[in-house]
Design a protein around this ligand. Structure first.
Ligand code: ATP
Ligand code: MG
Length: 410
């Protein structure tokens, strides 16, 4: 991608009402555009980061046998009435809209109801199970406060996976597989060492659900950790009862701020019962399907990665999610010629700052702001010595190579 050909520009200032580091840096670096509080657009570089996160998630979910769908965002109130979740007193974050032919529709805040109802057409017997179905899709939530940049959007991207099994054992087995898949995902995204599985409130059927919490000051949740971080509890379940159940003492725990990047629930019959998702078992009896649901905040993850890695100069992307591997900077006439030669070797690897009238200092500070892992400087001055300079953004470590040596590494 050529800087001179894209519409994005880096900005000296972010919108005045943007207070979170992720919102400020992503806006200034040209990754996102803020429409309104909690409502963001993803620009070319931001979209590439989102796509990289999605690919990692798809890859890990594929390994445990999940299949991908895309469900409509427009919601039929009848389904949600059956589970009691259409009522604004039950679910207080609905965006609702009217059909011009009369009647109401909702904008999906989540998708348990439609996926359960949809599968009624396909699940008839035990032979049709198990099923593991997910999507990576926008959600709408009329959140009261949206002040954490893309960590809390009114429209945001979620990966939501639903499991449908004939037995509780299969539900439990799959739940354990998702725990492992999630660990792999967070490792590959570079936040594995700061992300912990915490016990959280579970709702009706299982005592606890689990949340995947990334420790960060900007997080809205409080999570209690024991000394070696092998046990973690969301504040909402951290009480005397839990302490005695797990046989531990309050003084061995410390509270940290954390951001929930994912969660998993054993739903059992919570939705399959009211929506009547049944199957014929091996004894020819009608039985209700066991369900689980498993979320990951995809756009929130992008914000968490920013919060974890950025420094005072700007963004820093782990290689697996970076929009490009190299930020190629051309300075001077020979620099430009040589940079073109490098760029043409593999355009997919380079964000190429080929802008003509921009000075060296500005190009380098833009590169620092934009956070691509390696800055490749191709300047007249360095070429006079036969070299180009590669700087690792994260550590500022510099290497001098000849163009041929560098191209051989690509
Ligand atoms: P939170 O407690 O942060 O509001 P939640 O319990 O409402 O999250 P779910 O409804 O289970 O979360 O959604 C699944 C995942 O989607 C969450 O773990 C989180 O990572 C992400 N998520 C939830 N709400 C938002 C939001 N408003 N903006 C961005 N991501 C969100
Ligand atoms: Mg919420």
């Amino acid at each position: 991608m050529r800087f001179s050909k894209t519409f994005i520009k880096t900005l000296r200032n972010a919108p005045k009402d943007e207070t979170a580091k992720n919102g400020i840096l992503l806006t200034r670096a040209g990754y996102i555009y803020k429409e309104l509080a909690g409502i963001y657009d993803y620009l070319p570089l931001g979209l590439r980061v989102i796509e990289n996160i999605k690919s990692i998630i798809r890859d890990e979910l594929g390994k445990i046998g999940c299949e991908e769908v895309s469900l409509s965002l427009l919601q039929n109130p009848e389904l949600w009435e059956k589970t009691g979740r259409w009522d604004d007193k039950e679910v207080d974050i609905w965006f609702k809209t009217k059909l011009s032919a009369g009647g109401e529709l909702g904008l999906a805040p989540t998708h348990e109801e439609p996926i359960t109802s949809l599968l009624k057409s396909y699940v008839k017997s035990y032979k049709d199970l198990p099923l593991y179905v997910y999507q990576i899709q926008n959600k709408f939530r009329n959140e009261l406060r949206a002040k954490s940049g893309i960590l809390r959007g009114r429209e945001f991207l979620m990966k939501d996976l639903y499991s449908f099994t004939a037995t509780e054992e299969e539900l439990n087995d799959f739940y354990s597989k998702v725990e492992i898949a999630y660990k792999n995902i967070f490792d590959r995204l570079g936040i594995g060492s700061d992300t912990f599985e915490a016990f959280a409130s579970g709702g009706i059927f299982s005592k606890y659900s689990h949340e995947f919490q990334t420790v960060t000051e900007v997080g809205e949740d409080t999570v209690w950790f024991n000394k070696d971080n092998s046990l973690a509890f969301n504040d909402e379940v951290f009480n005397d009862e839990v302490l005695s159940e797990f046989n531990c003492k309050k003084e061995d725990f410390t509270a940290k701020k954390a951001c929930e990047v994912g969660n998993i629930f054993k739903l059992k019959f919570k939705y399959s019962e009211p929506l009547d998702l049944k199957f014929m078992n091996q004894e020819n009896q009608n039985q209700t399907v066991y369900m689980g649901c498993y979320g990951i905040g995809v756009s929130r993850l992008m914000g968490v990665i920013v919060e974890k890695f950025a420094d005072e100069k700007g963004l820093i992307w782990p290689e697996n999610v970076a929009p490009f591997k190299y930020h190629l900077v051309a300075i001077g006439e020979n620099g430009e010629k040589e940079a073109e030669k490098i760029y043409e070797k593999n355009e997919n690897l380079f964000f190429y700052d080929d802008r003509k009238s921009v000075r060296f200092g500005e190009k380098m500070s833009d590169a620092e702001l934009m956070g691509i892992p390696y800055v490749v400087l191709v300047s007249d001055r360095l070429l006079a010595e036969g070299k180009i300079e590669i700087t690792k953004r994260e550590t500022n470590e510099k290497t001098l190579l000849t163009t041929d040596e560098f191209i051989a590494k690509l």
